[in-house]
Design a protein around this ligand. Structure first.
Ligand code: PEP
Length: 248
C-alpha cells in the first residue's frame, strides 16, 4: 500500500445530483488504473447516492463530528457517514480550521472517532503564507501534526495531507524542493509519534495540483499522492492527475 499513490478529490461545497455523472466517469477512470488508489469526497448530500451508484469506488466525506450522537445541530457522526457509504473522512482541512475554528484537539478526536468504526482518516496540515514568510512553516506544520495526531495511528487507516494554505485554490504551487523539505520533516515527525509504521503512512500533497503539474509533484520524495480540490470536479481534469500517478 505504501508504494501505491493515493489521489483524493475534495469537491468541497460543489456538486448536485446532476454532477453524479462526473463521479461515475471518474470511477471508471479509477477502475482502469488499478495501480493507483483513487477516491472522491463529495458533499454529504451526495455520499449515499454516489456510493450506491459506484459500489467499487472509494467515497469519503469532508468532515465528521467526534461525538457518537447528541445535541450538535448540523453535524454528522462517524456512524452516519459509514451508513451513507463513506469509507473515510478528510479531517482538519484548512478551510475548516479557519472557518469553523477547528482545533488540533478536535481533529485528533475526530480521527479517533472514525477509526473506532473502522473508517480511514486524512488529516490535513499546512502553513499560511505569513507563517512561511516568517520561516515557521516546518514548525507550524509539525505542531499541527503532533496536536492532531490520533492514538493507535496506523498506515492502514491514517493518511496525512500537507496543504500549504496559500497554495489552495490560488494556482500557486510551492517549489518541488520546498515540498520535499516539508514531506521529509513530516516523515521525521511521524517517526517520533508512532512506534512503528511511520515509513508507510502516505503523505499527500495538496494545493493547486492539476494535470500539468501533477507528475512533477508526485515524483517528489515522500509524496504519496495528492489531495485535489478544483481539478477533481470533472473527469476531464481529474483523469490526467490519476494518469500521472501511474507513472510517478
Ligand atoms: C484542497 O482544498 O484540498 C485543495 C487542494 O484545493 P485546490 O486543489 O483547489 O487547490
Amino acid at each position: 500500500m505504501a508504494n501505491r499513490k493515493y489521489i483524493v478529490g475534495n469537491w468541497k461545497m460543489n456538486g448536485l445530483q446532476s454532477e453524479l455523472s462526473d463521479m461515475a466517469a471518474i470511477a471508471q477512470i479509477a477502475a482502469a488504473h488499478s495501480s493507483v488508489d483513487v477516491a472522491i469526497c463529495p458533499p454529504l448530500t451526495l455520499v449515499a447516492t454516489a456510493s450506491a451508484q459506484n459500489p467499487d469506488f472509494s467515497i469519503g466525506t469532508q468532515d465528521c463530528h467526534f461525538n457518537e450522537k447528541g445535541a450538535h445541530t448540523g453535524c454528522i457522526s462517524a456512524a452516519m457517514i459509514q451508513q451513507a457509504g463513506a469509507s473515510f473522512s478528510i479531517l482538519g482541512h484548512s478551510e475548516r480550521r479557519a472557518d469553523q475554528h477547528e482545533t488540533d484537539a478536535e481533529i485528533k478526536a475526530k480521527a479517533e472517532a472514525v477509526h473506532a468504526l473502522g473508517l480511514g482518516a486524512i488529516i490535513c496540515v499546512g502553513e499560511t503564507e505569513a507563517e512561511r514568510d516568517a520561516g515557521k512553516a516546518v514548525e507550524v506544520v509539525c505542531g499541527q501534526l503532533a496536536g492532531s495526531f490520533p492514538d493507535h495511528a496506523d498506515p492502514s487507516w491514517l493518511t496525512i495531507a500537507y496543504e500549504p494554505v496559500w497554495a489552495i485554490g490560488t494556482g500557486r504551487v510551492p517549489q518541488a524542493r520546498d515540498v520535499e523539505e516539508m514531506h521529509a520533516a513530516i516523515r521525521e515527525k511521524l517517526k517520533t509519534l508512532m512506534n512503528s509504521g511511520a515509513d508507510a503512512v502516505r503523505i499527500l500533497y495538496g494545493g493547486s495540483m492539476n494535470g500539468a503539474n501533477a507528475a512533477e509533484l508526485l515524483a517528489v520524495a515522500n509524496v504519496g499522492g495528492g489531495l485535489v480540490g478544483g481539478a477533481s470536479l470533472t473527469a476531464e481534469k481529474f483523469g490526467p492527475i490519476i494518469e500521472a500517478a501511474v507513472t510517478s
